[in-house]
Design a protein around this ligand. Structure first.
Ligand code: SAH
Length: 349
């Protein structure tokens, strides 16, 4: 086993230069995969945790340059689910064994704090044993507190990049890296389990940026880290930018598993979109979470963050079966638990 990999495994840290070498050298990939898989098995066994993703609105007031549901994309056909629709997704998901619901959407002003709190309270009342995750962007601390008090437990907000200059190239001037980081720290202080993360191979991204991302997350200590490749969308300013590469996504997954041994690491839909076996390869390189779609089939093609997104034609039950086969074939098994991070399980006794 390569020395840098054993050092990372044993100390959870490397110098910037060592991270750079690990992230850019394919000769270490096999060792990295083996070490990451061993750490994942030592901490979490062969379990794969499911999160049922409910994409409840594709209206968005933001204009992120990479995103297919950005405000200025006039080609996007917009939709919103009602509270009843959302509860129906949860009902179906619960029947299929999901114990975590992730409500994700654009930053849609229709969904005021009052409406979000009403939805969260309704899910909390019907499914007291389930985790409720929100992924609805940047809000005030007061709003985050209100959702938490209504019963939300987790929040996913990828920081996208920890480097302010890089952040400014991916977002319009009214958004800032500083505010996004502020949101993550607020969420953590309030008591949420939090997820950060980046797109690998985003336009203008360098390896140094990725190392800054690792340093930022070492400080933040998120419970989950969501990474997937950047994939271009034809109706965005980044339409002609190249997609992220599979090798770097897998390498970073391995590095993250060794740097953050107890973190929850999803094999993302974007990873599955870039390669037919992408999610299976992710699972074998340290990933231990999959987030299948629970949205109604009628709206799935409308939540197009990037071109060619997979799993937009199947019913939730079909997706659930397909995933079972995929996870088993990779040598793991789907766990029906809430799949809290180990830190949280220890806290809850
Ligand atoms: N509005 C919410 C949810 C955003 S969508 C929020 O602000 O957090 C969830 C994630 O999809 C984003 O954080 C981004 O990292 C990813 N994403 C968006 N466009 C993408 C693209 N073109 N390729 C790959 N991932 C993309």
């Amino acid at each position: 086993m390569n020395d840098m990999i054993t050092k990372l495994r044993d100390t959870q840290n490397l110098t910037d230069e060592e991270f750079r070498i690990l992230l850019t050298t394919d000769a270490f990939d096999a060792d990295l995969r083996e070490a990451a898989n061993a750490v994942r098995i030592a901490r979490y066994g062969y379990d794969v945790y499911l999160r049922g993703l409910i994409e409840f609105t594709n209206y968005c007031k933001n204009n992120c340059l990479y995103c297919g549901i950005r405000r200025d994309n006039k080609e996007a056909s917009r939709y919103r689910l009602t509270q009843e629709d959302i509860l129906e997704c949860c009902r179906e998901g619960h029947e299929l064994g999901f114990r975590t619901f992730v409500l994700q959407g654009g930053e849609d002003p229709y969904f005021t704090d009052e409406r979000i709190c009403a939805i969260v309270s309704a899910i909390r009342a019907q499914y007291p044993d389930c985790a409720i995750t929100l992924s609805i962007g940047e809000k005030s601390r007061e709003s985050y507190q209100a959702y938490f008090d209504a019963g939300a437990n987790r929040y996913l907000l990828r920081h996208e990049t920890a480097n302010p200059a890089h952040y400014a190239k991916l977002h319009p001037a009214e958004m800032s890296c500083e505010n996004r980081k502020r949101c993550l720290y607020d969420l953590k202080e309030i008591g949420y389990q939090i997820g950060a993360g980046i797109m690998v191979g985003a336009p203008f991204q360098t390896i140094d940026h990725i190392i800054e991302d690792i340093r930022f997350m070492q400080e933040l200590q998120p419970d989950m880290i969501g990474i997937g490749p950047f994939l271009s969308h034809k109706d965005t300013p980044f339409r002609d930018e190249p997609n992220g590469g599979l090798a770097l996504v897998l390498r970073l997954l391995g590095v993250l598993r060794l740097t953050f041994p107890e973190v929850l690491l999803p094999a993302t839909t974007a990873l599955g979109t870039m390669h037919p076996q992408g999610r299976e390869l992710g699972l074998k390189t340290g990933a231990n979470v999959i987030m299948p779609n629970l949205s109604p089939v009628s709206v799935r093609k409308k939540y197009m963050l990037y071109d060619n997104k997979i799993c937009t034609g199947e019913e939730s039950a079909q997706c659930r079966n397909c995933l079972n086969t995929r996870v088993e074939s990779a040598g793991y098994h789907i766990s029906m638990s809430r799949g809290d991070a180990l830190r949280v399980r220890r806290q809850n006794g």
